[in-house]
Design a protein around this ligand. Sequence first.
Ligand code: CA
Length: 224
Amino acid sequence: MTNILVIEDEKKMSAFIQQGLEEAGHSVETAESPTLAKARFGKSKFDLIILDVMLPEMSGFDLAKEIRATSPSSIILMLTALNTTKDKIQGLDSGADDYLTKPFDLEELHARIRALLRRNSSEKSSLHNGQLEMNLLTRQVLREGIRIDLTTKEFTLLEFFMRNLDKVMDRHTIARQVWGADFDPDSNVIDVYINHLRKKIDSPYTKKILKTVVGQGYVLNKME
Ligand code: CA
């Protein structure tokens, strides 16, 4: 059973999510405000947090940052009515693992939760590519022994490439696997994140491994 906390001030929305998730066999608690959510954290441990962006007291973005700082292993699924590139990036940079745009149906929510839990329960604890290594538990990334700080989404993107070395991945596959089923593959968010990642894992080093394959997509090359 998965313990889920729903942080949402709209009672109807919160009840809809709670009922849907309980019917699917999850244990669900709800909190109507950041203050109530923090009180819940003190009492229970949650596998997954569903967090609305629009909340009283503080924004979901700021609350996600606080949750991420105190509980790095929690999975955060952000709910947003905001469907612009800037807001998506802000949500993911504040520590959310994924987001869902309102309105959504329960099937979509279930699918997203399954994907997030699966991603989290991966049995391998680290990935290696030559001198580049990722620890999936501590979330530490090293290249040639030097620590590289990645945002949550950059980490997910790198993990995706590390699991698919030397395979050219097209935009549709990257969008679906890293951002989720309803993500627009033509959005420039993918390019923005590839560039961020490249600056961190490639720019300081002689050998470049994250390549653009014009008209096809991107590939992370295997290193000896
Ligand atoms: Ca709300």
